[in-house]
Design a protein around this ligand. Structure first.
Ligand code: PLP
Length: 285
């Protein structure tokens, strides 16, 4: 079956789909994106993703290329055409096509949009979660506006590659004060010995993850203990549990940090429980 992408108003076979070489996304990473989980043929927490998308666009002064309601129709159509019932939807909007000049185009151009969807293996993801993943810590080297979900991801790409080359799956950035900010493509969490579930505040240094927000609701509803504060790698090494959250991974247990086992080096019960319960508190559309 050929994969279909939505590109600037048209559904195209992905092999023939293309964007203009003067697209500002291609030349300047001048754009934003969203990744949503698809489960049971529905998009998970779409309204929250759309709210964040609109915020990212606003921060960069890029217009929405179409009304939100139309965008949601297209997202579902891309899922349908690719027969994705479990997997991911990817959506990217750039400032558009213009002759190369760093400053915004003088005359407004139409933002460019691409939407793709792909299936994932549910069993494979569950298997990864039952084993847990390793993370490494590296120095934060991103720009301060990581609250914008921009497609400028070079530090994240290099961090992820460094993790892979170290036999780990994810890299946690550590800021100048010695605190973990977040992962290259996830938010970072630990569980303390006395059962407190800890993650950094979304005020500075991190992307406000949709999974993070829904998990906070999950934790509150389950009456578990939550603490919003930064933590150091040292505290994480000694934690009872650690995990990461992202739309593509939901709650993914972390079993090693910088090659040191977290507790007994197995996924913890809190992470497991939160992973099982998470979708009870998600919205499906
Ligand atoms: N932080 C970064 C840098 C990310 O790239 C991501 C997801 O891609 C997240 C956090 C988690 O965000 P979400 O839960 O909305 O997928």
């Amino acid at each position: 079956m050929s994969r279909i992408a939505f590109v600037n108003g048209q559904y195209r076979d992905i092999r023939d789909a293309s964007v203009n070489i003067e697209d500002r996304g291609y030349q300047f990473a001048d754009g934003v994106y969203e990744v949503c989980e698809v489960r049971g043929g529905k998009v998970v927490d779409l309204p929250r993703h759309m709210t964040r998308l609109q915020r990212s666009l606003k921060e960069l002064r890029i217009a929405m290329p179409m009304p939100l309601s139309s965008l949601e129709v297209v997202i579902h159509e891309v899922m349908r055409r690719n027969r994705v019932t479990y997997g991911l939807v990817y959506l990217q909007i750039t400032r558009g096509v213009a002759r190369r000049d760093h400053a915004f185009p003088l005359r407004p151009v139409r933002p460019a949009i691409v939407i793709t969807a792909r299936s994932l293996s549910f069993d494979k993801n569950q298997e990864t979660a039952s084993r847990g993943i390793g993370v490494i810590t590296i120095r934060e080297n991103r720009w301060p506006r990581v609250d914008i979900k921009s497609i400028a991801l070079l530090p994240n790409v290099l961090a992820k590659q460094q993790a892979r080359e170290s036999g780990a799956y994810e890299a946690w950035f550590v800021d100048g004060e010695g605190y973990v900010t977040e992962g290259a493509s996830s938010n970072a969490w630990i569980v303390t010995d006395d059962g407190k579930i800890v993650t950094r505040s979304a005020d500075t240094g991190i992307l406000a993850g949709v999974t993070r927000a829904v998990l906070m609701d999950t934790i509150a509803s389950l009456q578990m203990h939550f603490e919003e504060r930064p933590f150091t790698p040292d505290e994480a090494y000694k934690a009872a549990e650690a995990f990461v959250t992202a739309s593509s991974q939901i709650v993914m247990p972390v079993v090693t940090i910088d090659n040191r086992p977290v507790a007994d080096g197995k996924p913890g019960s809190v992470a497991k429980r939160l992973r099982e319960q998470f979708h009870r508190f998600s919205a499906f559309s």
